[in-house]
Write a protein that binds this ligand. Structure first.
Ligand SMILES: [Zn+2]
Length: 139
């Protein structure tokens, strides 16, 4: 369960400028533009930065907000929550437990059984589909 500790420079080298801006600088992609907001493929969404398993497509639902939305993470320890007081709002930021990548925010307007909406940037995620076995070996 070691934390991933990389320098800004290393992250910049490994990520696209957009992924870097969002995951390491707490950016947000515009709604309805990301790779996965409307994606219905089955699989596991892993952290774009470190490959940790974060969400299953089985808990993904269409929230209408324009970002991939899930009502539950794969594992409660996979994600950390922080109070976010930026932009004059009180929100709960979610980050990857293993590498502190900014993922998005969690809101309390989701569907049952949790009533939660994990609203995540596509740029913070990578979908590992069940059909393709060659992606199983990700790092
Ligand atoms: Zn991560």
């Amino acid at each position: 369960m070691g934390k991933v500790n990389k320098t800004d420079r290393e992250w910049q080298r490994e990520l696209s400028p957009e992924e870097y801006r969002i995951t390491r600088k707490k950016g947000t992609e515009p709604a309805f533009t990301g790779q996965y907001w409307n994606n219905k493929q089955h699989g596991t969404y892993i952290c774009r930065c470190c490959g940790a398993e974060l969400f299953s497509s089985e808990t993904k639902y269409d929230s209408g907000c324009g970002w991939p939305s899930f009502y539950r993470p794969i594992d409660s320890v996979a994600i950390e929550e922080h109070e976010d007081l930026s932009h004059g709002m009180v929100r709960t930021e979610i980050v990857c437990h293993d590498c502190d990548a900014h993922l998005g925010h969690v809101f309390e307007d989701g569907p049952q059984p949790t009533g939660l909406r994990y609203c995540v940037n596509s740029a913070s995620l990578q979908l590992k589909t069940e059909e393709k076995n060659d992606e199983e070996t990700y790092p």
